[in-house]
Design a protein around this ligand. Structure first.
Ligand code: LAG
Ligand code: CA
Length: 473
């Protein structure tokens, strides 16, 4: 128990740092999180035990666990009907058991907290767990007076992102907008979040944070028991009055700007820019959660996604190698159109995840198939690489054309090739001589570092070679 407490505290408190920490007797532990989008509780539990814990992944971000509207699209989860922990993803008992199993595997649980709004349904109905509701009536929780009616547009919908009042007091796509500044709403939200804390939940993603004043978020977070990890979703968009930086008092933020830059760098081959992100106006490294994609951006196509195959894998490896921020991996299911549903049983509950039977990205996926991109060798290999190099400084940087390589002192070296042609090169490193495994290839393909620290290798087209001192044949 004590060991778990230390492990989780350290993983979460230091989680915002770009450094990694080694825990006594527990092997390397990274600062890397992962969003398991729409994975049910039983499947997350087994993934913690089988893959995430052994890989040293610090935490899982789950989809929203509260009761939601009934329907087939994934986004029903973002329309809360009550704060019962009862959803398509599993029962309260299954949720509790997942938290326990993941903790035993050394993996913390971060929950997607939908606290800006309730449903967007114009007619009355019943939620997944049978709770009756109306658009502005949620028995025992909220009545009409607990919602904003901004009066700034005909439908009360958000119409103007250049106005903070419009963005924060109007309705996001017709979703009943909670009066998050009031004592009553804050108290109901705190009850929900503290219920999750009592189950052992370690932290929260604050959904739609941009749509609540930073001071409301701070007051709500203040009411949460203990010292939960907080990461906020404030989509960066230049020129808007509300920026991620406004929210740093309450916790970390997702850095959308870097996800957008990764798209550009994969086009231009300018991977070396990642070493020098100072000029981009990103959030401070120690409070920045970096990512290649999330469930929204893989759908609106603003970022790379599993569909981009090798380029997606390359961007993920680059992010994991970087000392800027702390990465959050993403894993979801294949789809053609936004509303494509996911595998459910006869009652509509999401069925257990069966990963597509592909060891790597070089295949096409059918709609509804679980991609499990986090299991690709390049991703898991670079999580290990990141743990091995820790906070060591960048050394032995080299770039030429669309290739970029660097070391992290005497602990590791990585070379990226963002072109259609394989690259043969002799890399100079600060590594001790000897044999190393290329950790981003399946199995251990051996790389020989000479007495002078150099090694010669062919870096595959749109691929990488990565070696570190903890993985040697
Ligand atoms: C988020 N972050 O701020 C989530 O990451 C994002 O996935 C959520 O939108 C959004 N905020 C609200 O929590 C998703 C879908 C929307 C969907 C919404 C509510 O991207 O498309 O809206 O969840 O379920 C849907 C329909 C709308 C409709 C609305 C209300 O697409 O047309 O107006 O439901 O019924
Ligand atoms: Ca709001």
């Amino acid at each position: 128990m004590r060991r778990l407490a230390i492990l989780l505290t350290a993983a979460l408190l230091l989680g915002g740092c770009s450094t990694t920490t080694t825990f006594d007797g527990d092997g390397p532990k990274s600062d890397v999180g992962i969003q398991l989008f729409q994975w049910n509780w039983d499947s997350i539990a087994s993934e913690c035990t089988e893959v995430l814990g052994p890989a040293g992944i610090a935490w899982v971000l789950t989809s929203p666990p509260q009761e939601h509207i009934v329907g087939s699209p994934w986004w029903t989860a973002y329309q809360p009907v009550s704060y019962k922990v009862e959803s398509r993803l599993g029962t309260r008992e299954q949720f509790e058991s997942m938290v326990k199993t993941c903790h035993e595997a050394g993996v913390a649980i971060i929950v997607d907290a939908v606290i800006n709004h309730m449903t967007g349904q114009d007619s009355d109905g019943f939620g997944w767990a049978g709770t009756p509701f109306g658009h502005y009536e949620y028995p025992g929780l909220y009545t009409e007076k607990d919602f904003h009616h901004c009066g700034l547009s005909e439908s009360d919908d958000i119409t103007d992102y250049s106005s903070a009042g419009n963005v924060q007091n109007c309705e996001l796509v017709n979703l009943a907008d909670l009066a998050t500044e009031t004592d009553h709403v804050q108290e109901q939200l705190a009850k929900y979040l503290n219920d999750l804390r009592s189950i052992g939940v370690d932290g929260f993603r604050i959904d739609a944070a941009k749509h609540m004043p930073a001071s409301d978020v701070a007051e709500i977070v203040e009411r949460i028991d203990g010292d939960p990890y907080i990461v906020q979703e404030v989509i960066r968009s230049d020129g808007e009055p509300i920026q991620p930086e406004d929210y740093l008092e309450s916790g970390d933020v997702f850095e959308f700007g870097l996800a957008y830059q990764l798209v550009a760098w994969m086009k231009t081959g300018q991977l070396a820019n990642i070493a020098n992100v100072d000029g981009y106006g990103f959030a401070p490294s120690e409070q920045s959660r970096t990512f290649v994609d999330n469930h929204d951006t893989e759908r609106n196509r603003q970022t790379l996604s599993y569909r981009d195959g090798a380029k997606y894998q390359l961007a993920t490896m680059l992010l994991l190698a970087s000392g800027y921020g702390s990465p959050v991996l993403y894993s979801g299911y294949a789809f053609t159109i936004n509303n494509n549903s996911l595998p459910v049983d006869a009652e509509g509950a999401v069925t257990d995840v069966a990963c597509a039977n592909f060891a790597d990205f070089a295949d096409a996926y059918a709609d509804g198939e679980w991609v499990c991109q986090h299991r690709w060798p390049g991703t898991l290999g670079m999580v290990g690489w990141r743990s091995a190099v820790g906070s060591a400084e960048v050394t032995d940087e080299w770039s030429e054309g669309d290739a970029y390589a660097f070391g992290r002192g005497s602990l590791g070296y990585v070379a990226f090739n963002a072109s259609d042609v394989p690259l043969e090169h002799r890399f100079e490193t600060s590594l001790p001589a000897g044999e190393y495994c290329n950790v981003v290839a399946a199995g251990c393909s051996v790389v020989e570092v000479g007495a002078d620290g150099s090694f010669s290798v062919v870096v595959p087209a749109w691929g990488a070679v990565a070696i570190h001192v903890d993985s040697r044949p």
